[in-house]
Write a protein that binds this ligand. Sequence first.
Ligand code: G3P
Length: 220
Amino acid sequence: MKFFLDTANLDELKRGAAWGIVDGVTTNPTLIAREGRPIEEQIRLICGVVDGDISAEVISTEAEGMVAEGLKLAAIHKNVVVKCPLTRDGIEATSKLSKQGIRVNVTLCFSAGQALLAAKAGAYIVSPFVGRLDDVGATGMDVVRAIVQIYRNYGYKTQVLAASMRSPAHVIDAALAGAQIATMPFKVLDMLFNHPLTDKGLEQFLKDWGKAFPEPAAGR
Ligand code: G3P
């Protein structure tokens, strides 16, 4: 399973990249706006930190504008994946960009039917938003599971990226559902490390070692 960080913050990306477990980055207009730099500049900086797929989203709402923006974003760096929303225009732009060899992440996907449209348009990635579905009383992971099954049934190559991950449990469930990618805020990636028995076990190991070898370098 690939782990992407859902952030445009360079400090968070550097911390995640240092662990060697970050395969890519997703951004959206909200996350880019938070950092205060023009999108081209921010995406270029991100590409310098993480070597993997970096999603950059268009803000046009008409297909023609999305295609023009998508071509500009894709020209920033070879790792850029253009993000288009799952609207009629977004799907038209996805078809057009995909035919030109531009990799597209279709975002704001909330149903398996929408995901079928993305696959048929040649999307490289589809992003179902699990947390936001949970927020409105649905079960977001059911949608991820359905998409994975449908894509398998027909051999679609579009990768399923479980987005809007709010907890480690979401990430585990996305892995069980067979999503190829999970994108998560830094906080969720960090929480995946935590287990009280790890802390307790390490404390005990060090205590036992310290009793046997009171000098720090001894016993090695
Ligand atoms: O970037 C897309 C998605 O992961 C957003 O998540 O937490 O804003 O619903 P969230």
